[in-house]
Design a protein around this ligand. Structure first.
Ligand code: AMP
Ligand code: MG
Length: 333
């Protein structure tokens, strides 16, 4: 299949591009689009055949549930069994935004979306293109990251094309995504909110307004809270061998052990020291938001530069870095 490229950034055809993307989605087709986190691969959430297309295009196993994107709280309510005060409070505080809420699902939500679980994950994205698209579609859109399963998530249309070109109907290009890592996932099915996946909204920010959060592994057996499926360790990995390092000394040791023909690619918060001879050294900002914004782009760039060995500098242990640290550790397997 030929993948149509629809650009919102180039020229004045933004509205037309969004209208075309919306009509493809309404027809049950697959369209990648920008959100504030990463590019999503969209399909009609309430159409099981369209949803099956997402799993096929990504090579994603069916036990891995999808996040449903909507344009309003009203639309979210229609997907759940009960929209309680707590859901309303989180939604008012963080939507539109990078917080996904997991709630008991309404019967209308297909099993394919939830991987057979009784709960559905929902959010309102904060990206203007995503919101305009969702409004134009007029129906909930399921959208996991727009990349092949276990490969690096896309933060530009070019990344999507590299991974899914020829496998999906269209890519709506809205430029680079501003946040750069996936949403925070919060389970609201139990008595205490449980953080299932760290992300752009920090645990501190959540607990500041809403009290302490539960931890998945600390939840009692009978609780409906569960470890988030699809949080496979190897989930955001580049093609190559990935290792982390904590200091220039430890990096030096790792580089010294490389065989002939190895091409080292480094991602760090400091500049390359004179002694480090590597194929590529990418310096990322020394703040969590700046680092997150550039992380996947840097991994893609090292991959494109033919790196065989990836070295990722560890980030600070503080909570502000939780989302980034989670993605780095998954990349390192
Ligand atoms: P993504 O591939 O970024 O769309 O991530 C989707 C992730 O959201 C899944 O891998 C799960 O970790 C989480 N998720 C989605 N739906 C559910 C659900 N019904 N229950 C728990 N976690 C979910
Ligand atoms: Mg993903």
């Amino acid at each position: 299949m030929e993948t149509e490229l629809l650009s919102v950034v180039a020229g004045s055809h933004g509205r037309e591009a969004i209208a075309r993307a919306a009509s493809l989605l309404r027809a049950g087709r697959l369209v990648a689009f920008p959100t504030e986190t990463v590019y999503g691969l969209g399909a009609l959430a309430l159409d099981p055949a369209a949803v099956a297309g997402i799993f096929a295009a990504k090579g994603r196993p069916s036990f891995n549930p999808l996040i449903v994107h909507v344009a309003s709280i009203e639309a979210a309510k229609a997907l759940v069994r009960e929209w309680d005060d707590r859901a309303q409070a989180f939604a008012e505080a963080f939507w539109p935004g990078p917080l996904t809420l997991v709630l008991e699902k309404a019967p209308s939500v297909p099993d394919a979306i939830t991987a057979g679980l009784g709960a559905v994950a929902i959010r309102i994205p904060a990206h203007p293109v995503a919101l305009a698209l969702l409004e134009e579609v007029g129906a909930p859109v399921a959208a996991p990251s727009a990349n092949l399963y276990t490969t690096i998530s896309p933060t530009t249309a070019a990344h999507v094309l590299k991974s899914l070109g020829g496998r999906i109907d269209a890519i709506l290009d809205g430029g680079a995504t501003p946040i750069g890592i996936e949403s925070t996932v919060l389970d609201l099915t139990g008595s205490v909110p449980v953080l299932l996946r760290p992300g752009a909204v920090g645990a501190e920010e959540l607990s500041r307004s809403f009290g302490p959060l539960g931890h998945p592994s600390a939840m009692p057996e009978e609780s409906s809270a569960r470890v988030s499926p699809g949080q496979a360790r190897k989930h955001y990995a580049p093609a190559g061998r990935v290792r982390s390092f904590s200091s220039p000394e430890s990096l030096g040791g790792l580089l010294a052990g490389l065989g002939p023909g190895a091409r080292a690619g480094v991602i760090a918060r400091s500049a390359r020291p004179e002694w480090a001879s590597v194929a590529a050294w990418l310096q990322l900002p020394d703040d969590p938001a700046g680092f997150a914004r550039q992380l996947y782009g840097a991994l893609h760039a090292l991959e494109d530069a033919g790196a065989t060995d990836f070295f990722l500098e560890e980030v600070p242990a503080s909570a502000a870095w939780d989302g980034v640290r989670d993605r780095l550790s998954r990349a390192a397997g």
